[in-house]
Design a protein around this ligand. Structure first.
Ligand SMILES: *[C@@H]1O[C@H](CO)[C@@H](O)[C@H](O)[C@H]1NC(C)=O
Ligand SMILES: *[C@@H]1O[C@H](CO)[C@@H](O)[C@H](O)[C@H]1NC(C)=O
Length: 416
């Protein structure tokens, strides 16, 4: 370590590892020392070698059950980091160590040298990581925690089929593949694997980070959730979505409520787990106090740095009322993730029918603009005219879907 920047990097790594200390799938750090020339870090000894070596020694392929054991541990530690506001940024099989040579030894995430704290609304922009595992949005220089999930998706793909999803001879060729190519799920052994396994990997390798599942959601996926070792962790995404929901117009809330009534058992599984983690009272409602307690119970020192708990100040609208599970579903569902599903069109059509029955009413363009909080600089008639059905002046299907996605003056100017 010679340059000042490198020393800063190591100090940050030590700070992150100390801040996150305590998770069972995270390398334990005992202490760090500096002299004039070096920084010394004393860490737990892992005798089992890298996950990469174990993959290679097996000839590159895991059975689905063996892959689950590995992926549950990886997703556990990744979802934990994300809740604390830490992005690892270099997840790959070289950065997971087995504690011992035993087949069933546990796995520890190491090398937080490229990791960083990220505030709830912040995007990072430096291109770091390893080419085979880098997410498309990292190459576009605007990313946050979802980029780690992509890397786990690449690891999952390799574990299950023994080859890389994005491959080329040169680095620029790999980047092009990451940005443009769809990984193959038709070559052997994919057709002989379960459809849940394929779906699980595909959802982590969605190129749109808003549509990609989170690490906590991956643990709720049908492929993993019945695996013995799974405990579902609190998902930082829930806090982000609650915040957006609390700031939405009543019209958008009504649209989300209609959409939430179309959720399937699989989608509700995740929301039920998350709601339970917020520890509702006996009558099945949560308060701001419950949300605060749940978040702070899981907070490490890292969360102070990433300011993840600042999310709570954006939820103060909940201070004087409580939320039941029905409303929570509307608040914590991700429209973008639902849109990534094949049955999205059905979801949206069904939701619109429900909205037609309960919530749709004639609305003037000016009133709609003010409901949406659009600024005076927006040409509202030009932008919103097809949001309204000309026959009866109610919200059209197109307007309904746009409303679900949420709009701001900024996005409307950009897309108009
Ligand atoms: C539910 O329980 C909470 C806490 O015990 C209480 O504050 C709230 O008023 C109750 N809500 C209803 C609808 O009964
Ligand atoms: C978070 O809090 C829950 C509830 O107390 C606890 O079961 C869980 O182990 C905690 N998770 C972490 C990562 O601290």
């Amino acid at each position: 370590m010679t340059t000042a920047i490198a020393i800063e990097d190591v100090r940050r790594e030590v700070k992150i590892l100390k801040g996150l200390a305590g998770h069972c799938n995270l390398i334990k750090i005992y202490d760090a020392y500096e002299d004039n020339d070096n920084v010394y870090i004393v860490m737990e000894l892992c005798r089992g070698g890298e996950l990469l070596d174990r993959i290679l020694s097996r000839g590159g392929k895991y059975t689905e059950d063996d892959a689950k054991v590995v992926l549950v541990q990886i997703l556990n530690v990744v979802s934990f980091c994300h809740l604390q506001g830490v992005v690892h940024r270099d997840l790959k099989p070289e950065n997971f160590l087995f504690t011992s040579k035993d087949e069933d030894s546990s796995l520890k995430a190491i090398d937080f040298g490229l990791s960083d704290f990220v505030k709830p609304d912040e995007k990072l922009n430096d291109i770091v990581g390893s080419a085979y595992y880098v997410a498309p949005e990292v190459l576009h220089r605007s990313y946050t925690t979802e980029a780690d999930v992509w890397s786990v998706g690449v690891i999952a793909y390799i574990l299950l089929c023994g080859s890389r999803p994005f491959w080329a001879r040169t680095e620029s060729g790999i980047f092009r593949a990451v940005l443009k190519a769809d990984p193959s799920f038709t070559e052997p052994p994919w057709p002989s694997l379960s459809s849940e396994a394929r779906d699980f990997v595909k959802r982590m390798l969605n190129k749109d980070p808003r549509k990609r599942i989170t690490a906590a959601q991956a643990l709720c996926h049908p492929w993993l959730r019945n695996h013995g070792e799974v405990t579902i962790p609190l998902d930082i995404l829930v806090f982000k979505l609650l915040k957006i929901y609390m700031r939405s117009s009543s019209l958008r809330k009504a649209a989300l409520r209609a959409l939430s009534k179309t959720l399937t058992v699989d989608e509700l599984f995740y929301l039920k787990e998350q709601f339970a983690l917020l520890q509702p009272s006996k009558n099945g409602t949560i308060s701001l106090e419950n949300i605060k307690e749940a978040l702070l119970k899981n907070a490490t020192d890292a969360m102070k740095e990433s300011r993840a708990h600042e999310i709570l100040t954006s939820l103060t609208a909940l201070q004087y009322r409580r939320m039941d599970f029905e409303e929570f579903c509307a608040a914590a569902l991700s429209v973008y993730q639902l849109e990534a599903l094949e049955r999205w069109d059905q979801h949206a059509r069904c939701a619109y029918e429900l909205f037609e029955k309960d919530g749709n009413r004639p609305i003037m363009i000016e009133e709609l603009a003010s409901e949406l909080g659009l600024g005076p600089n927006i040409p509202v008639h030009a932008v919103l005219h097809d949001w309204i059905r000309h026959t009866d002046g109610k919200l059209s299907f197109l307007g309904f879907v746009k409303l679900l996605h949420g709009v701001s003056s900024r996005t409307l100017i950009k897309t108009h």
